[in-house]
Design a protein. Structure first.
Length: 274
């Protein structure tokens, strides 16, 4: 199994790939999410893992545009509890550290712990890459903020565990495959991802929501995304939970009648939050 991820070995995307597919996956690391989507679409990899929303920061809007590519489909999801740890070379104590490196978002997530210490905070492109650089360059007195897997892979010690300010920090990741690849299609499905473009008239969104309600469908996500080529117009990205495919099929049929544009990214098995 070859899996594309954004980031480096030891990143949170790597953790999700291992949890979802097992530890023996072959990784293709990509610098950008666009590269991840292209790798799947072009058949370079079997499947990809892509973060789509975080319980603190909200949706990653740019990634919806990638998922919107009709050459891709959503075949699964995974929720990961994000725990940030301070790590350094073996034998390092907290009082030995003078500089801490990590992705700017990771540093922000840990600012209550970091800001009152006399440390230089250095932003980097990836949490796991910061850890790798410390190990490869033998950087004494330098710490990295990253997940446990990064410490394990690069031989670092966690000198301060779980330093993120908000402990219940969850990220939802999508599992993406080519639209014509049936290997990952589930049979006991109960969730769908889709987008909907509605005409600009009073009550159009309400009408769509009423269709979902009367067909026994729960909307777990509603995210508006701007359409760049049409200023101040929006697509609505939706997560739908349903009890039977019959309910979903009826709802989709009715939505088609009122939608200007509509596309179902995929139908898959809902995953519980960790």
């Amino acid at each position: 199994m070859k899996v594309a991820i954004q980031g480096f070995e030891g990143s949170f995307h790597h953790i999700v790939a291992n949890k979802y597919f097992g530890d023996d996956v072959e990784l293709m690391t990509c610098k950008t999410f666009r590269e991840v989507g292209a790798a799947v679409n072009e058949g370079v990899v079997d499947v990809a893992v892509m973060a789509i929303e975080n319980s603190i920061a909200g949706s990653i809007l740019a990634n919806y545009k990638i998922v919107q590519n009709k050459g891709l489909k959503v075949v699964g999801e995974h929720y990961l509890s994000i725990t940030q740890n301070l790590m350094a070379l073996p034998g390092t104590r907290v009082e030995d550290i003078t500089q801490v490196r990590s992705h700017p978002i990771a540093l922000l997530q840990c600012m209550d712990y970091l800001e009152y210490r006399d440390w230089e905070l250095v932003e980097s492109e990836d949490t796991a890459l910061s850890a790798r650089h410390i190990a490869e360059q033998n950087l004494v007195g330098v710490g990295a903020v990253a997940g446990e897997l990064a410490a394990e892979l690069y031989g670092l010690e966690i000198v301060a565990p779980q330093i993120n300010t908000i402990k219940n920090n969850q990220t939802r990741f999508l599992i993406l495959a080519r639209s014509d690849d049936s290997r990952f299609d589930a049979t006991d499905v109960d969730k769908a991802s889709m987008y909907l473009k509605l005409c600009h008239r009073q009550g159009s969104l309400l009408e769509a929501l009423q269709i979902l309600s009367r067909n026994n469908i729960n909307m777990s996500l509603l995210q508006s995304c701007p359409i760049p080529e049409n200023p101040f117009s929006y697509l609505f990205h939706m997560g739908l939970e349903f009890g039977s495919m019959d309910d979903l099929d009826r709802a989709v049929s009715e939505l088609y009648e009122i939608a200007e544009e509509m596309h179902i990214y995929g139908v898959y098995k809902h995953t519980a939050i960790e």
